[in-house]
Design a protein around this ligand. Structure first.
Ligand code: ATP
Ligand code: MG
Length: 470
């Protein structure tokens, strides 16, 4: 086993207690017991409980039919959700807890169609055998609190190993999304793929075409915002699973002229992904920020260049994220970050205030994220170059703040203008008007005057002191 994630001690079975002994969970257990039905805590809930994490979302399985389950919980639940009943799932809330109770499955015919045909059963072992991974195929049985672990999920959890309960070939052809889920757990939980699982992904990757874009997208997002996106992305690439939904990635493996100390674009990209925080828009932007490079690469006077890779990259990204059915706001934000990620470097050539204002307008709410992306994008090992790049960013940020301050201040005007002052005091142009306006501005900035009336009162007092008006 590769180090790092291997837990030396076995998992503590007492970790299950806070979940199992939770008063609401105990009440639910007693309700099913009274009705003569079996109840099990199952899946990710058991896995996370074993790891010492208590979740307010809990999954249960039962041998009661969905209609029977509804009868059992109806008088007790705070709220009921019956939309999933057709597929065997009853949802409810009780206090803080959100609970899903699913009738045990017997056979699931999935075949080539999108919609599986569900048959209900009574056998927890069969149900567990059809789950995705051994770590997710454990159950805690009520009322005794016995752990049912037919596929050694506990030891796989200790060893951080992704294995399937039955053969991975069978499992992945039943539901190809499981290939994405396997790699998702690498990113989110620091798991490793067993060699059999990895081989089966290579063999069955083409089956991913049967899975809806939305399901792929959701797992992809979890991969990206996980703790180890790079490890997971490397697996997506090495198994070529990524070619089935983001073919742009493997194209980044173009080597650059080592004389110019350029890294492979892919290696650079992975580094940038890891360096930005765990935010979906930022991680997507990091992953796609250089997708325009392969098609813009040109050697000009012996130098590798990628002119317009930002513009082309934004275009490619928008198309890809739309195909993956990402919401419009995410698509547009990510594309915009990519479109703008090089602009700061033209700042060195000197920007007019107008150019700075355009930058403020174009970046809008995304400026903080853009800055984060640009910083993460500086992966050069050359300290001088690094300082140079970061300095440009700092200088521009400072200039923006100055400009915004000036414009903010410019917006502040006294409630009355010079003409009104002259008319009120019955005087003509001259230094007194300037003095009065200055006084008014100071008072306005100090928050002492707001309305015209207050302004005239102030002018009145001041004029009396100065002996200007009677
Ligand atoms: P998370 O809730 O963090 O996304 P999870 O493992 O709890 O992870 P869910 O999608 O909530 O995943 O599913 C709950 C359980 O249902 C899983 O733990 C697993 O036992 C089972 N499961 C989910 N999706 C599949 C699938 N595609 N194939 C087989 N079993 C699955
Ligand atoms: Mg879950």
């Amino acid at each position: 086993m590769t180090g790092g994630y291997t837990i030396e001690q076995p998992l503590n079975i007492d970790n299950l207690i806070p979940t199992y002994k939770h008063p609401v969970v105990q009440e639910l257990g007693r309700l099913f017991e009274k009705a003569g039905k079996r109840l099990y805590l199952v899946g990710g809930t058991v896995r996370d409980a074993l790891l010492g994490q208590f979740h307010e979302d809990l999954d249960f399985a039962t041998d009661a039919r969905p209609g029977e389950a509804v009868e059992i919980i109806k008088p007790w639940a705070d709220n009921l959700w019956l939309v999933g009943v057709r597929f065997g799932t009853v949802g409810l809330s009780k206090g803080h807890l959100k609970i899903e109770i699913t009738t045990l499955r017997s056979e699931v015919y999935r075949g080539k169609t999108r919609h599986p045909e569900v048959k209900f059963g009574t056998d927890i072992y069969y149900d567990l055998s059809r789950r995705d991974f051994t770590i997710n195929a454990m159950a805690l049985e009520f009322p005794k609190g016995q752990l049912i672990d037919p596929f050694n999920g506990q030891s796989d959890l200790v060893n951080r190993m992704i294995r399937t309960p039955l053969s991975p070939e069978q499992s992945f052809s039943d539901d190809p999304l499981r290939m994405m889920r396997a790699i998702r757990f690498v990113s989110t939980m620091g798991m490793h793929l067993s060699p059999e699982v990895e081989e089966a992904i290579i063999k069955y990757k083409g089956e991913l075409a049967r899975v809806s874009s939305e399901r792929i997208r959701d797992e992809f997002s979890k991969i990206l915002i996980g703790r180890e996106p790079t490890k997971a992305l490397r697996l997506l690439l090495s198994t070529s699973l990524s070619d089935k939904f983001v073919p742009e990635l493997s194209k980044l493996k173009i080597t650059q002229d080592p004389d110019f100390h350029h890294k492979d674009v892919l290696e650079h990209t992975l580094l940038v992904v890891e360096r930005v925080e765990r935010d979906l828009v930022l991680r997507l932007a990091a992953l796609f920020h250089d997708v325009g490079k392969p098609d813009t690469k040109e050697i000009i006077e012996g130098k590798v260049t990628f002119y317009n890779h930002d513009t082309l990259g934004a275009y490619i990204t928008r198309k890809r994220l739309r195909a993956l059915k990402y919401p419009k706001t995410i698509v547009e934000d990510v594309a915009k970050l990519i479109y703008l990620h090089m602009r700061v470097y033209t700042y060195r050539m000197g920007w007019t205030d107008k150019a700075v204002r355009k930058y403020i307008r174009d970046t809008g709410d995304l400026r903080a994220k853009l800055n984060a992306l640009i910083r993460a994008d500086c992966t050069t090992k050359n300290p001088r170059k690094m300082r140079q790049s970061l300095r440009v960013l700092d200088e521009l940020e400072e200039r923006i703040i100055q400009l915004e301050e000036i414009e903010e201040t410019a917006k502040i005007r006294p409630p009355i203008d010079g003409h009104e002052v002259m008319k009120y005091l019955g005087i003509g142009q001259g230094p007194l008007v300037g003095e009065a306006l200055h006084l008014l501005l100071e008072a306005k900035l100090a928050g002492e005057i707001e309305t015209k009336e207050e302004a005239f009162e102030l002018i009145d007092r001041w004029a009396k002191e100065k002996g200007i008006k009677g």
